[in-house]
Design a protein around this ligand. Sequence first.
Ligand code: ATP
Ligand code: MG
Length: 569
Amino acid sequence: MTVNDTPIGSRTHLDNDNANDKPSRPPHFLEQIIQGDIQSGKTPQIVTRFPPEPNGYLHIGHAKSICLNFGLAETFGGVCNLRFDDTNPAKEDQEYIDAIIRDVEWLGFRWQGDVRYASSYFQQLHDWAVDLIEQGKAYVCHLTADQAREYRGTLTEAGQNSPYRERTIEENLAEFTKMREGHYDEGTCVLRAKIDMASPNMNMRDPILYRIRKQTHHQTGDDWCIYPTYDFAHGQEDAIEGITHSICTLEFADHRPLYEWFVQHLPVPSEPTQYEFGRLNLNYTVTSKRKLKQLVDEQHVDGWDDPRLPTIAGLRRRGVRPEALRKFCDMIGVTKSDGVVDVAMLEHAIRDDLDKNAPRAMCVLNPLKVTLTNYPEDKTEVMHAQGHPNRDDLEERELPFSREIFIDADDFREEANKKYKRLVIGKRVRLRNAYVIEADECVKDEQGNIVEVKARVIEGTVGNNPEDGIKPKGVIQWVDGKQHATFDVALYDRLFTDESPDAGDKDFLSLINPSSLEKKTQCVGEIGLANAVVGTTYQFEREGYFCRDTRSEILTFNRTIGLRDTFVG
Ligand code: ATP
Ligand code: MG
């Protein structure tokens, strides 16, 4: 007999859970603004952008920003750019660029034209800095970092003017050229805008425009030894790209007057308007890039794509589908204030998506041999099982069945009360998609552990929903003893036991959940799982959702999430 061993669920990409089916919710404030701008003719076509700094992997918070920026462009017939804000070569890396591109694509978004880089505007930004100097609006300052901090003042006290503030334009041009040509060491001077040291907004107190960094840049090599600050670069990059709605998180609201000051004083080709929205914070999770990097660098987790991390790469390796993340980002909404979202809501979105889309399979995590004493030794039948209870497009599975099978050790007891609806000596249970069996006895080893159960098939009960009149107490999963897949599983749980590990005053490393990963070896599953497709998440019936790990050398399944939903929506 041959059994169809094509990988089960190989057609999951035929997703009929209409991901574009936007829930009917009222438009959020950015949608309202854009709708208005289009209707009034102010912005015939919107241009947004997602501007990551390539200094780490993207996480679930970035997914919110991606879904928002690309989503708005999609909704309103506009375009969205992907631009790396690569102004700090010290912390950036090509690895992060590649990972970010992969993640945005995986989420299902396409950017306008090529991937863009802030670094490709370095010459223009430099020329604009020179323009400010020529207008008498920027100067080279040699205060040390400590001195500059003292001069800056505080939230309640005005700052003081730098002694270098009144240099002549000629002197500043000469000094800036020296900076540019590498005559000065890192940290010895900066170029600052000349605005107002008494401004109540600290960002306006002569902010830094350029710093010296004698670093090789991943895009521009050694062309530059001065680099623009984020504040000087960001708004101008948007202006160069003709971004119409420059969307960022709330902490940049106080920077807006500075961005507007640049636009006002420089001959930029367009005038983007900045809007701020509340960032996504999740409880039981850290989304600070610095902390994520520390978890990775100090090997508390298995790389940036460890399935316990809230990184997009981690969520993917865990078996989460991009549709679930997009749905989640839509569910949480977009507001003008920060809040903390319950991680159970993310888990709910993941589970809901998988319930609708994950092909079904049977696996046994703690195998216990069952010998069916009245079943012929040389016989093998093929049982048929649905790919999914409501999805005809997911292939039917063929399951070999023979005299020896495995059930989960937890699904058998010698004796039990009525609440236990599984296999008990003298009682019956249905093997899902196969026969009803009745247990007669069990075999134990010298230590008294149950190593085998002897049972009988009840004739005429084959099939999943037979009208055979026999009503066993429960239904359990099983795996054929001869033809099956053997694998390891990694049972993942939340990485932190504490509700707010990201809170500033906490030692987040001490809050790591010691049982966030439990490994099991020698698990068995139906034969089709031997060829499980990477990127497909299965429902292992009665156990949870699992996907094939991309990194392990031996076949390993990661538990994406259990079956039980704890979210009270
Ligand atoms: P940092 O700038 O400190 O390195 P970051 O998290 O801001 O970290 P960026 O690469 O600058 O990282 O982020 C890219 C975009 O993603 C920004 O527009 C940022 O506002 C947005 N973003 C980052 N974190 C979140 C979050 N938790 N919720 C929503 N948007 C976020
Ligand atoms: Mg940032």
